[in-house]
Design a binder for this molecule. Sequence first.
Ligand code: SF4
Ligand code: SF3
Length: 542
Amino acid sequence: MGMYCDQCQESVQGSGCIARGVCGKNEITAKLQDTLVYALEGLALCAEAGSGKLHAGHGRFLSEALFVTVTNTNFDDDAIVDKIFEALALRDELKGSLTEIPSHDSVTWTGESKEDFVRKAETAGVEALSENEDLRSLKSLVLYGLKGLAAYTDHAFVLGYNDESIYEFYVGALAALTKDMDADQLTALVLETGENAVKAMALLDKANTETYGNPEITTVKTGVGAKPGILISGHDLHDMEELLKQTEGTGVDVYTHCEMLPAHYYPAFKKYDHFVGNYGSSWWSQDKEFDSFNGPILMTTNCIVPVRESYRRRMFTTGNAGYEGLKHIPARKNGEPKDFGEIVELAKTCQPPKEIENGEIVGGFAHNQVIALADKVVDAVKSGAIKRFVVMAGCDGRQNARQYYTDVAGALPEDTVILTAGCAKYRYNKLQLGDIGGIPRVLDAGQCNDSYSLAVIALKLKEVFGLDDINDLPVSYDIAWYEQKAVAVLLALLSLGVKGIRLGPTLPEFLTPNVASVLVEKFDIKPIGTVEGDVEAMMAGM
Ligand code: SF4
Ligand code: SF3
């Protein structure tokens, strides 16, 4: 049996990825990831049979292990094998304290080697979730949402923020994946996943803003300087902070790529003169942009694409990111920062980045900043200067069909404002869309997790306008998804009561027609249509 993966938007339509992932994931890595999830299920069953609770150490492990399986995060088999061994050891530790051991294979199986773990995937993969395709589809929705919220929970943990109730949810949800459940029970679990995704994003928002300050309106340069540079990508702001500290005074500049762009919006990072700008755009164009950058690249999380020879020797991973053959910067130990010294020394020997553009990006419109402008925004809505907000948050991806988002941004009338977060923004954040009385027409809140900010803004507007229902606001949702964090964001929006979301560029491959129709019926989710038709419908409030 080959691999099977259908967890992202670029999954082969109609069959999932069965020979090799479109993302570059091979059969062995895919199978190890399946086995890792299975080992986590056994661990959860043992936790459930005990107190049902996990201490923060176990909770952290579950966050990290789930994060490792998120699309484009970790392609390093050894790292995944280590996580499987750790999961089995933790499972057995919990099992040792139980009076009654759950009778499920995920609790009793064991393996000694990578080969054992690869073989185990034959009975432990997504296909094993249920024989009924609709139930399997609902379980996939829970699992993929869980992976996304685990990534956010892990980022919060790294900054010292925990929510034990999220760890309890891991236990219940992972254990549920091994059980016979009916469609109603699983639909309830999907909604609970959304509620926990809201908690995870709120926790991360608190962690980020209490640690680094509230994002502020910021103009970020896209050109380059004359000094050598280090390019940092992914989502981990703690890595960002330590890299900035360790490069200060070294003659090396620091640039952001893709989802690290919003680091520029945080007050704590503005004091570094050598934090000079953003280089390039979205994750999928990294193979060209990393090539021309000339200096070292640090990937702190997803999204990694298959690494080209031209920059392989300059590319490093850290945290949950991994890629076979690349140098991995080890985790912090005993409260000591990570050591990025090797990257800094390498940067000093490199040419400065080659300029590929020379402009500006404006961002920093997270909830605190927008609420500070609330009077202005409310006046603009009341006077009719702003007719509608369109939330276009989410992920970017390779497919040409995503030109839709650029075209929608360009086609929206000039009295509309786009609210964005996540790498989806790169489809339109360099267009000159102007402003409305000083309010830019594209308000970028930050990373994908900062979609939470957009929900806070919507709830604030609901309060200011004295509305009972968030759906009565002049706000439309045209969300782009790619990986499992976007699944978590989507479920979070649903749990907040948002209806009528357009989702594209395609609906998830893992949704069966029956499950998709439940989402349509309950939440009025719809696939994107034509640019013209969707713009017209959104302006009409549909
Ligand atoms: Fe395919 Fe996406 Fe899975 Fe990669 S993550 S194997 S592209 S479905
Ligand atoms: Fe992008 Fe990978 Fe999802 Fe954080 S960097 S949004 S795709």
